[in-house]
Design a protein around this ligand. Structure first.
Ligand SMILES: O=c1ccn([C@@H]2O[C@H](COP(=O)(O)OP(=O)(O)O[C@H]3O[C@H](CO)[C@H](O)[C@H](O)[C@H]3O)[C@@H](O)[C@H]2O)c(=O)[nH]1
Length: 833
């Protein structure tokens, strides 16, 4: 069981007193004072935090009302709609209507029948009405080319998206064709829709759908059809629409979706000479496009399918509805869907309520186009109904909608459009595809970082999964600070050498940025270890530590995953895998203690490597005096995420210690192409997003790939570049400018931590009294807001019963402190069975 994760949108800024308090407590440099228990540790009872929070005015508390979609589209504040099949005829017209109504639209289309160019036209029209350059509008209309039936690609395209609603247009739509290839219709229309909703549900991308349905779901009737009419499709196309409605009904019932189905009668006509119906390839299948083509050719004969129906002239009667009327209905239905509480599928017939026969349409089109188009009566088309006319009164009552345009307007607009565009959209440039490239992905990730519970579940699962690595501590170290101790702390980008002197009030240290070339593939193990030994030598000589008589213990702390065969000095400790862009060849599998010892010997330094520890584990030892029933180390570093269980060998009472850095979380998440491109197996980029600390790196990539910037509007790019500038000045500046990322990151970490704590408590069946949480990581110190957000979200997410049992410790340099404690202690780990 995991607790429910209510996503909270970005709330208010931290209150000033708290911020000031935190800044005061967490600022400053490494000093001996900070190393002692209590002084440098900010213990913070969540209960106290709850009290503080309760005192805040409600207006300052984050509320849910902003909604998570607003959060994801967030800073733009527009509702986002996903339109599948948005490049097709009805889709493209509706996309324009949505943009004009202020929505942001992402189109998914496989371009099998629609043209990306139609979206170019849409933007041109929007640009003319809104008087904004097309380029500037592109951020409001994105095209992702993907087939709905391709689940993996669809998932990859959508996994970090969220939409207020989805309008599902994609699918085949010809009655006649569906009789010939019914299986294709089922696979494409039903399979595609099922895949879509599966992906949307799985990643909480959206749970509101407007379905493009059809009057072909009804049993044919010679009367006008209302929504209560019997459902009995006469063709596979109609069956697929009915099946889609059933799928949506199930989601509404079982998963709290909201849904609406619009049953179209016969949409036709064009928005204008710029946008209309332009079938892509081959012979058009529907009546009006066929007439358009015949009229373009100057003359022709229309095969009229059936002249012996029981209708006024023997041909089939249909209810033709102008495409712009249909668009208006969509916008209205979408607004209703946004507010809808109904737990039923709402269904509306969209028709004019007036019927026209095929002969009448043929005549009217001949008249509109001035071309002589003749009928050629053929046999009835299988699957066709004789009569299909809407009773649209429900749409009028509920949506306030009714069709206003007549048949001649429909056909005239259709003709004028095709006359102005005899090649359809073929001569237009294709609309840029948002094929997710590295830059786009990273940008998306930065913006949309896991802001929902589903991904937190994934995160939680990843953390739990990683608990397979278990070590056992057979003796807890006692601090032994007699004499001198050295710690070499090999982090991702910095190397720190710390010198602790027993009885000294301050310990001293030196940090060195690890030079880039050492990370490069051609650095040798000796070069790397000599570099470290040089830093040690500088500290050593500056303090005149020669002549101590006996070897000074040195604990080597490594920020990569290690094999935990043993921490004893005689056994090898090897690095199991790299992170943080490191990949120095020849090191994996080697005994790190020996490599370090050899480098120290080359410098003739009388230091003895007594321990090699992973930095999380070292942090745990810093905790060794305060560990109660459980402890969790939360780092914002990029370490592999793993969990340790620590138990005292003296008593069999097991004391759980989870050590978790929020890296390596991608094992529970899809590996994206961007991750593959980034040559890091999908681990590093996400980690950087999580920490927020690394945003400048993303920005650099964005900057380096402006060609891909169609998806990165100028303003965003400018902001990003500012962040990059700030980065080169100081990390903290960049962090400040990326507050939106860090706030989200804090929320994620806190909520995932709540899950971990809850899991621990449940596993212990309520026997757990106190859980210590150590917060260690640059962000907690560099950005006070981060800590504030973290606490806030932890409080929001923890079960009330657990809150008084959790104690937070904000620590600084915990790994080094822990390392000192074990440097010459008798601590060793054994691999647990
Ligand atoms: O060459 C042709 C083509 C069509 N028709 C007739 O014209 C009428 C309209 O046919 P369409 O193929 O244009 O459209 P449908 O009536 O088959 O429309 C169906 O498909 C539509 C897809 O947009 C909607 O779903 C609509 O609700 C649904 O009735 C039908 O009587 C059809 O038999 C001809 O006589 N000759």
């Amino acid at each position: 069981m995991i607790p429910s994760f209510g996503w909270q949108p970005l709330g208010p800024k931290p209150l000033q007193p708290l911020r000031a308090q935190l800044t005061q407590r967490t600022g400053g440099h490494l000093t001996g004072e900070e190393s002692g228990r209590g002084n440098g540790w900010l213990s913070c009872s969540l209960l106290a935090l709850a009290v503080a929070r309760a005192g805040r005015p409600s207006s300052e508390r984050p509320t849910r009302s902003v909604g998570c979609s607003a959060m994801r589209s967030g800073w733009r504040g527009q509702s986002r709609v996903l339109c599948t099949g948005g490049c097709g005829y009805i889709g493209s017209h509706t996309v324009l209507g949505l943009l004009q109504a202020g929505y942001e639209v992402v189109v998914i289309d496989n371009l099998s029948r629609g043209s990306s160019q139609s979206l170019g036209r849409v933007l041109q029209l929007l640009s003319a009405t809104e008087r904004v350059a097309v380029e500037e509008l592109r951020s409001r209309l994105r095209l992702v080319v993907v087939d709905l039936c391709d689940e993996a690609c669809l998932e990859e395209a959508l996994v970090f998206e969220q939409f207020d609603s989805v309008i599902h247009f994609a699918g085949f739509k010809s009655v006649g064709e569906s009789m010939e290839v019914p299986q294709l219709y089922r696979e494409n229309n039903v399979g595609g829709f099922e895949t879509l909703v599966r992906v949307l549900s799985k990643h909480s991308i959206s749970s509101r759908a407007l379905l493009s349905s059809s009057c072909t779901v009804y049993r044919p009737s010679s009367e006008k059809i209302d929504e209560t009419a019997p459902l009995e499709p006469t063709c596979p196309y109609g069956e697929t629409k009915l099946r889609q409605e059933a799928v949506l009904k199930d989601l509404i019932k079982s998963s709290g979706w909201r849904g609406c189905s619009l049953r179209y009668f016969n949409p036709a006509g064009a928005h204008s000479n710029e946008l209309g119906e332009a079938p892509k390839d081959g012979t058009p299948l529907m009546l009006v496009p066929l007439l358009q083509r015949m009229a373009l050719q100057g003359e022709g004969e229309l095969s009229v399918f059936g002249g012996d129906y029981n209708t006024r002239d023997g041909s089939a009667v249909r209810d033709y509805i102008h495409i712009q009327d249909l668009v208006d209905a969509h916008v209205k239905a979408l607004r209703r869907l946004d507010l809808q509480e109904s737990q039923e599928l709402e269904v509306f017939n969209l028709g004019s309520g007036e019927g026209s026969t095929v002969f009448e349409v043929l005549d009217a089109f001949s008249h509109a186009s001035g071309r002589r188009l003749a009928p050629n009566v053929q046999a009835r088309r299988p699957g066709d109904a004789a009569f299909a006319v809407a009773d649209p009164s429900l749409a009028h009552q509920v949506l306030g909608w009714r069709a206003t345009r007549k048949l001649d307007q429909i056909l005239t607009s259709a003709w004028e459009f095709i006359r102005a565009n005899p090649d359809g959209f073929k001569k237009d440039p294709p609309y840029p595809r948002a094929v997710p490239g590295v830059a786009d992905r990273l940008r998306d990730l930065a913006q949309l970082l896991f802001p929902d519970s589903t991904r937190l579940h994934a995160l939680h699962a990843a953390i739990m999964e990683s608990s397979k690595v278990v070590g056992r501590c057979s003796a807890v170290a006692q601090p032994n600070l007699r004499g001198l101790t050295y710690v070499v702390d090999w982090g991702g980008s910095t190397l720190r050498v710390l010198r602790f002197a027993a009885g000294a009030e301050r310990y001293s240290g030196e940090a060195e940025i690890i030079s880039e070339h050492l990370k490069a593939q051609d650095a040798s193990p000796d070069e790397l270890f000599d570099f470290m030994a040089d830093v040690v030598a500088r500290v050593f000589h500056r303090h005149g530590d020669a002549g101590q008589g006996q070897a000074i213990p040195l604990c080597f702390v490594v920020s990569f995953a290690l094999s935990f065969e043993s921490f004893g000095p005689t056994k090898a400790v090897t690095l199991t895998h790299w992170a943080k862009d490191w990949a120095t060849p020849g090191i994996q599998g080697q005994n790190l203690a020996e490599l370090m010892a050899q480098a120290l010997a080359r410098r003739r330094l009388p230091l003895k490597v007594t321990k090699v520890l992973n930095d999380c584990v070292a942090s745990l030892f810093a905790l060794s005096e305060v560990v109660a029933d459980a402890a969790v180390v939360v780092g914002t570093g990029t370490n592999a995420c793993f969990v340790r269980r620590k138990s005292g060998s003296e008593s069999e009472e097991c004391r759980e210690v989870l050590s978790t850095e929020w890296g390596g979380i991608t094992s529970g998440l899809p590996v994206l192409q961007a991750d593959r491109d980034a040559n890091n197996g999908g681990e590093v980029n996400l980690e950087r997003m999580v920490s927020g600390l690394y945003l400048p790196r993303i920005v650099q990539r964005l900057h380096a790939q402006p060609a891909e910037g169609t998806l990165c509007p100028k303003q965003e790019l400018a902001t990003s570049m500012e962040a990059m500038e700030a980065c080169s000045a100081a990390d903290s500046g960049a962090i400040q400018s990326c507050e939106f990322v860090t706030a989200r990151s804090a929320a994620i970490c806190a909520k995932a931590l709540a899950a971990v704590l809850d899991n621990l408590a449940r596993a212990k069946a309520g026997k757990m009294e106190l859980m210590e949480v150590v917060l260690d990581g640059a962000l907690f110190h560099k950005l006070p807001q981060y800590f504030w957000w973290f606490k806030h979200h932890l409080l929001e997410s923890l079960r009330p019963q657990l809150q008084p049992r959790v104690r937070l410790h904000l620590v600084k340099d915990a790994a080094s402190l822990g390392a000192v404690r074990v440097a010459d202690g008798s601590v060793f780990f054994q691999h647990a069975a």
